[in-house]
Ligand binder design. Structure first.
Ligand code: PEP
Length: 266
């Protein structure tokens, strides 16, 4: 019975965040790391509102080769600067096996994105990195395939796996993807792994981020991954789904009673 021994995944050392325990961990930051000023503005806003971890992509897996691909190594340095400034752990995406070592050195947690969920060479390398891994569900992956991708990480000796439901493809274009909250409850039933929800990439709509965050907490998720930008219209990546600092603070306020109602702390 996997459920009798839920994993707790510690990120960022003794003062860091723990996913899978009694806490509910909100990870927030911009979709892409763009500049020092942008990072400082966004990070100040999310820290003031109570985020426990920071996010930001330095290597961006874009659908179009003509879109902003991220600042790469320079972006990792900007993210690491925010980690030192705030003391909060950071998660960032890695897109190639060759970059795993570098990303692992400069961050606290590796993110495997939806487009790479079944990149087995990348999973093996990330699994061997010694860093916890946030594994996003492939946008067309079954729950079984998602859990088997997690097995690739654990097979390499990595016990620090956190699943992230981020929406799957459906016929409906009203939202960017279709957030499958039943996958959260199902993954929690079938595994011992913590599960977080990304209400930003799944819905693609800022006005849906709040309601889906509350629903995620209510259905047993262990945390959230939320896009925030202080100037969303100028964002170089996915600005359309980002919350402003004030909108994020409002979501945090509305989230607290739901988190407490399920016996957790924010
Ligand atoms: C992200 O979180 O930055 C991201 C690109 O998400 P996804 O892989 O879910 O599209």
């Amino acid at each position: 019975d996997f459920r009798s021994a839920d994993s707790r995944v510690a990120v960022g050392g003794p003062d860091g965040a723990v996913l899978g325990g009694d806490g509910f961990v909100v990870i927030a930051g911009p979709c892409a790391v763009e500049s020092q000023d942008q990072m400082t503005g966004v990070v100040d806003a999310v820290v003031a509102a109570g985020a426990a971890m920071l996010r930001g992509g330095a290597f961006k897996p874009r659908t179009s080769p003509y879109s902003f691909q991220g600042l790469g190594v320079a972006g990792l340095a900007l993210l690491a600067e925010q980690r030192s400034r705030t003391g909060l752990p950071v998660v960032t995406e890695v897109v190639t096996p060759q970059d795993v070592e570098r990303v692992a050195e400069e961050s606290d947690m590796l993110q495997i994105g939806t487009r790479n969920m079944q990149n087995f060479a990348l999973l093996r390398e990330a699994g061997a990195s010694g860093r916890p891994v946030l594994l996003k569900r492939g946008m067309a992956a079954t729950i079984e395939e998602w859990l088997l991708a997690a097995e690739y990480l654990m097979h390499m000796g990595n016990g620090g796996v956190v699943l992230c439901e981020r929406g799957i493809r459906s016929f409906d274009r009203s939202t960017r993807f279709t957030l499958d909250l039943s996958a959260v409850a199902e993954a929690k039933r079938r595994t011992h792994l913590p599960v977080v929800v990304d209400p930003s990439h799944s819905t693609g709509r800022p006005h849906l981020v709040g309601p889906m965050s509350l629903a995620a907490a209510a259905c047993g998720a262990d945390g959230l991954l939320i896009d925030v930008h202080t100037d969303a219209r100028a964002a170089l990546c996915d600005g359309a789904q980002a919350l402003s600092g004030a909108q994020f603070a409002d979501v945090m306020t509305r989230l607290r009673p739901v988190v407490e109602a399920v016996g957790r702390t924010l």
